[in-house]
Design a protein around this ligand. Structure first.
Ligand code: COA
Length: 138
């Protein structure tokens, strides 16, 4: 939670789940459940539309349980999400909205090919670095 303003309330968590279920139906993607090979809960990772500087962009996002961080889960899942964006959705640009001090998240973005693109103010006033990559069409 270091780079989040505060934990979600239960109602906000329910809205987050509803938002993702809606995205699955309307867009065919969202933040997906992340599990390991044994089926144990690891976190979430996936794709969401996000408005940055007035433009709707496709963002890859990821969250991994603290006890399971540093094992490559986020990198593996984010790379799979990037590949889904390119091959299934035909997306040509992918971004990640990242707190300027969130090095683990920046490393995940870098390792799947994203690079710092610009600074932006997002989510009602938070400063962020926008990592981005052009996805080559297949
Ligand atoms: C960002 C996050 C998802 C990374 O998950 P992860 O499964 O630990 O990531 P990986 O194991 O794939 O590691 C990716 C890189 O981050 C580095 N990293 C992981 N934890 C780190 C830490 N606590 N401090 C510094 N670097 C860290 C890894 O070493 C690796 O970089 P490297 O190849 O240079 O060594 C995880 O830290 C997290 O859930 N953070 C809280 C939620 C969050 O900030 N999400 C992103 C919002 S933009």
């Amino acid at each position: 939670m270091t780079y989040c303003p505060r934990p979600k309330t239960r109602q906000e968590a329910m809205q987050w789940i509803d938002w993702n279920r809606g995205l699955y139906q309307t867009h065919g993607y969202g933040l997906w459940l992340l599990t390991n090979a044994d089926g144990d809960f690891v976190g979430d990772c996936g794709l969401t539309p996000q408005v940055v500087d007035g433009v709707t962009e496709l963002e890859v996002g990821y969250h991994v349980l603290p006890a399971l961080q540093g094992r490559g889960y986020a990198t593996e899942a984010a790379a799979a999400s990037r590949d889904f964006a390119r091959t299934v959705l035909g997306a040509t640009r992918l971004i990640a909205i990242i707190h300027p001090d969130n090095r683990p998240s920046q490393r995940v973005a870098e390792k799947i090919g994203l690079r710092p693109d610009k600074r932006a103010t997002v989510h009602g006033g938070r400063d962020a670095v926008i990592y981005a990559a052009t996805l080559a069409p297949l």
